[in-house]
Design a protein around this ligand. Structure first.
Ligand code: SF4
Length: 995
């Protein structure tokens, strides 16, 4: 069998005298690469389908004519020569032609330092391209015959061509019939149309790799050029600045704008000046493998590029590619700060809700004050003084009020090692399980439902396996904005025709444009919608009976509940036609393999756990767990929200979800950490804030978390923070939360330390230090150890690697993983054989990790949101993220390109609603809820259903969470960020700060 397979499926050819065996269908170009022979090419790269337009990859296969190796299939017995005299002469001629009117002032590779591929070829073949350009009129020459209409037949039009348009002037639009100007309308990419050789790599990068479909061609003959949308300037087109086109461009046509100030022109520096450091993107849970190119002298990253990895195959989105400069922002905290005595209010305490006895010096409830107004309240201190003060302040509270008065918020922005150390200090040092982090605010309800029904909160399959799914249900997720690179895999799967996408979502999000079916349901009606799907699946017997019988329990109860949820019964409530619900359910039920991806539109509700339960039931009854192309995938938000949860930043579980209520488990951790541990589960994020308001939580340690902007109903949060007796904040900037601190400890960014992070797929990856920390800033893991020691619970580790070893020894899912075997692309946990395997991609193939091995149906009726719109507050507010920003904007708003692309907050409103309010696009609008008021600009948007509005929560000057409600899901304790009632009216205000 093996022999015949080899004979049938592979061929053998000779390339430059070397025998090469490759699968049948392999191109000569790929076969040569297999043998380590690089054939030059300009129009092709391995991630793309070849098109054979540049002809630079010509080879001799013994035929009359040379052939383009990138599109010619290798044949059995073929003899290929890749570098004969004739071939080299042809290539040189081609390069000369391509450079004939190449502008001298083309951007080269912009901020990058290596020569572009065309110039590199020119150097290799000794083409005097500068001389060629000079013949065209030198710098500033347009040189295109059709551009000026002056080309006389039989003459060299280039030698006669007058100067073209001023190439240094940014264009507001692309003039037609006036040559090929420079387009500098984008904040990140400079387009020099004159340097374009029309190889179409950028078009294929945009269409096939990122599937954004923005770039095409326009014009005819010599006037042909690439175009964005309908020939718009790049910066005003629908381009999402993923940078894939710039990465693909082999010439100086699409080049990276220099995003960092460097003393010398970057093009003057040779490549060796930049050091490549392999890391992981610090933003979303996709966890793209990234390389930073670092100017070590200036201690700054000059550019970033995607690395080859199963996660992203070199792709990045705008945040990963261009949001790398925040570590060098002048507002970085570089020395420890302590609150000045004069910054504490004098006289009796006046908090409305806190008790007035026994409390120490409360801070005045702050507000959205200016950064420069806050710093004067603090003074610089030495590390010794700051740590002593911080340790003593926290210790005094514990001694006076007990462990239950203590709490800590860790961060999903920190590494696994830092999360592990943080929860160890809170549990073993402070003596409480009051430790939580922002997973509470994104997927706590998903995790609660997953643990309850299938026994594990992790994804059961990786997102890239969508290519093997017949159907992918994407729900409650603006995937192209929140998980952009994961979305490229989904869009590619849909484009291939293999996978049909169903999107269920209250907003018309971009991924819906790639869907077979889009159900734009009313906000908060998910349970009703999915109960109706299940009703149809049962009614039409689109079930996997064997799976239900052998691997689940509770199906009859579910069947009884959904009997009342016919599509007709819920259609009006959900705002979609009953037949559309049936069509979606049938498509889903007819799939041989289906995956479900969900985001915070599912989880951030007071019935978020019910939403997730419904999705899980859907997958169980159709047997869509445990096989290729199937699976449950809650798309995790932060870069390390999976890892921070795995490492134990959760009040009810130790690392690796080991129950704090389980005596045996507790004994294991007591033995490992050498202290008695609190047997009671701790409080969650919002409960801790409520506890502070009641005076029960008095001392807190916060590492990299900014609840002032991220928690709901922040007017309440500010009072809670101001009520604390003692607050230690460890962060990279003076966040809104740090304004309330007694001691602020300057930490490092992700680029300034080593550590591991775990992405949404469960892939554990190592990030390496690219930059030196500024001033006296220290890595978080070191600060936590030093604070622990100052508190009286000594912790001492040599390196993050040593911490990782302790963590993995206590976390069975991470067993066997080491920095060494994680390598450059990481491993999926669990990974029983780390030396030889990438880890287990598809979980739960045979049984669920529940006590009886079965998955459980948990039927739930529809329940409405807690605060419905009424006459007084008639609109439903939905909050979320924008593509260019991340959470509270601490990093992205200090990133030059990202802030420039999306500088200010806007409320998205349906045009009919705007008109009925007498408002127009761009007007300043007051948005009010029962909890607060903000002012921001109106954005007319047909993505919204009438009666609904959307506000991103990144902007402190119009903080969406001033408006949101702090009602919690009873199981996941997650707040209802996605639904509250608001009203809108015109504002006279020109600045947008009305907290
Ligand atoms: Fe970074 Fe996420 Fe964008 Fe990848 S998709 S580059 S991880 S923000």
């Amino acid at each position: 069998m093996t022999e015949s397979t080899t004979a049938t499926d592979t061929i053998t050819l000779t390339i430059d005298g070397r025998e090469v065996e490759v699968p049948r269908g392999t191109t000569i170009w790929d076969a040569a690469r297999t043998a380590g022979i690089e054939i030059p090419v300009l129009c092709h790269e391995p991630r793309m389908e070849p098109v054979g337009v540049c002809r630079v990859c010509l080879v001799d296969v013994g035929e009359k004519r040379l052939t383009a190796s990138c599109i010619r299939a290798a044949e059995d017995g073929m003899e290929v020569k890749t570098a004969t005299e004739k071939i080299e002469a042809c290539r040189k001629g081609l390069v000369e032609l391509l450079l004939a009117d190449y502008p001298l002032d083309a951007g080269g590779t912009g901020a990058k330092t290596e020569p572009d591929e065309l110039r590199a070829l020119a150097e290799e073949y000794g083409v005097d391209w500068n001389g060629g350009a000079a013949r065209n009129g030198g710098p500033g020459s347009n040189g295109r015959p059709g551009a000026n209409g002056t080309a006389a037949e039989g003459t060299d039009p280039r030698s006669e061509a007058p100067a073209g348009p001023d190439r240094t002037v940014p264009v507001a639009g692309i003039p037609s019939g006036n040559g090929r100007p420079i387009d500098e309308s984008s904040h990140v990419i400079r387009v020099d149309h004159q340097a374009c050789i029309l190889c179409d790599r950028c078009i294929r990068a945009c269409d096939d790799v990122q599937v954004n479909n923005v770039i095409g061609r326009t014009g005819k003959g010599y006037e042909t050029r690439i175009a964005f949308d309908l020939d718009d300037p790049m910066g005003v087109s629908t381009c999402v600045s993923c940078g894939e086109c710039e990465k693909a461009c082999p010439t100086g046509a699409l080049t990276l704008v220099d995003l960092v100030a460097r003393p010398e022109p970057p093009t003057a520096a040779p490549k060796a000046d930049l050091k490549q450091v392999d890391s992981v993107c610090p933003y979303c849970g996709v966890g793209c493998a990234i390389s930073y190119f670092v100017d070590e002298t200036e201690n700054q990253i000059v550019y970033a590029d995607g690395r080859e990895s199963p996660v992203n195959h070199e792709r990045l989105c705008v945040k990963g590619r261009y949001g790398f400069d925040y570590p060098n922002h002048p507002q970085r905290l570089t020395r420890p700060l302590v609150r000045k005595e004069s910054a504490y209010p004098k006289g009796p305490l006046s908090s409305e809700t806190a008790e007035s006895d026994g409390r120490k010096r409360r801070k005045k409830p702050g507000g959205l004050v200016d950064y420069d107004e806050v710093l004067p309240h603090f003074r610089e201190a030495t590390w010794e003084e700051a740590l002593e003060l911080a340790g003593r302040g926290l210790r005094e509270i514990k001694d006076e009020h007990g462990s239950s008065a203590m709490a800590g918020f860790g961060s999903a922005k920190c590494s696994n090692e830092e999360a592990y150390l943080f929860q160890k200090l809170i549990r073993a040092g402070f003596g409480t399980n009051n430790v939580d982090h922002c997973t509470r605010l994104c997927h706590a309800s998903s995790v609660a439902a997953l643990l309850e029904t299938i026994g594990s909160g992790a994804v059961t399959n990786v997102f890239a396996d969508v290519k093997n799914a017949d159907v992918a249900l994407i729900t409650g997720s603006n995937t192209t904005a929140n998980h952009p690179v994961a979305a490229t895999f989904m869009k590619q799967a849909a484009k291939s025709g293999r996978t049909k996408i169903i999107v269920v979502e209250p907003r018309h999000v971009d991924i819906a444009d790639h869907a077979e079916i889009f159900l734009q349901i009313r906000p908060g009606t998910d349970v009703a919608c999915y109960n109706a799907w299940m009703h149809v699946l049962i009614e039409e017997d689109l079930l996997d009976h064997e799976f239900i019988e052998n691997r689940t329990e509770g199906f009859e109860e579910l069947k009884a509940l959904v009997a009342d949820y016919s599509p007709e019964a819920v259609a009006e409530m959900c705002g979609v036609e009953a037949e559309e619900i049936r069509r979606a359910a049938r498509l889903f039920g007819g799939a041989g393999a289906a995956m479900v991806f969900w985001g915070m539109g599912i989880s951030q509700h007071t019935h978020g756990t019910d939403n997730a339960r419904a999705l899980i039931s859907l997958m169980l009854m159709t047997g869509n767990v445990g096989r290729e192309g199937t699976g449950l995938h809650p798309l995790r938000g932060q870069n390390n929200v999976q890892g921070a949860s795995d490492a134990g930043l959760i009040p009810i579980v130790y690392p690796d979800y080991q129950d704090v209520n389980d005596t045996e488990v507790r004994k294991k951790f007591e033995a490992a950490w050498g202290v008695d541990l609190d047997p009671k589960a701790g409080l969650t994020v919002v409960e801790i804030m409520h506890g502070a308001l009641r005076g029960e939580i008095r001392g807190m340690y916060m590492m990299g978390e900014n609840p002032f902007l991220s928690d709901p109903n922040i007017n309440k949060v500010r009072k809670a923070l101001a009520s604390l007796d003692f607050l230690v904040v460890q962060d990279i900037f003076l966040t809104e939360t740090a304004e309330f601190a007694d001691v602020i400890l300057p930490a490092t960014t992700w680029m300034e330390k080593d550590g591991t992070v775990t992405n949404t797929d469960r892939r554990v990856q190592v990030g390496r230090q690219a930059l030196r920390p500024p001033g006296e800033a220290r890595p978080d893991w070191q600060i936590t150890c030093q604070l622990a020691t100052a508190f009286g619970f000594p912790m001492d580790y040599e390196s993050p690697e040593e911490v990782f070893a302790e963590f993995t020894s206590l976390a069975p899912s991470y067993a066997g993983l080491t920095y060494e075997n994680l390598g450059t692309t990481g491993k999926l946990w669990p990974c029983p054989d780390p030396e030889n395997s990438d880890g287990i991609q598809v979980l739960m193939s045979d049984a669920f990790p529940t006590p009886n091995g079965r998955g459980k149906f948990v039927p739930r009726p529809f329940e409405p949101a807690k605060e419905l719109p009424d006459d007084e507050y008639p609109f439903v507010l939905n909050t979320g993220r924008l593509l260019e920003h991340w959470h509270t904007g601490t990093m992205t708003r200090r990133s030059r390109a990202l802030d420039a692309i999306r500088p200010s907050p806007r409320v998205e409103v349906h045009p009919d609603d705007l008109a009925s309010l007498g408002l127009r696009d761009g007007d300043q609008v007051v948005v009010e809820s029962r909890r607060g008021t903000i002012v921001l600009e109106a954005l007319e948007s047909r993505r919204m259903d009438p009666g609904t509005v959307f506000i991103p929560f990144h902007f402190r000057e119009a903080a969406a969470n001033v408006l949101t409600i702090d009602e919690l899901d009873p199981h996941g304790k997650i707040p209802e960020y996605k639904f509250c009632a608001v009203r809108l009216r015109a504002s006279e205000a020109t600045s947008a700060v009305v907290p």
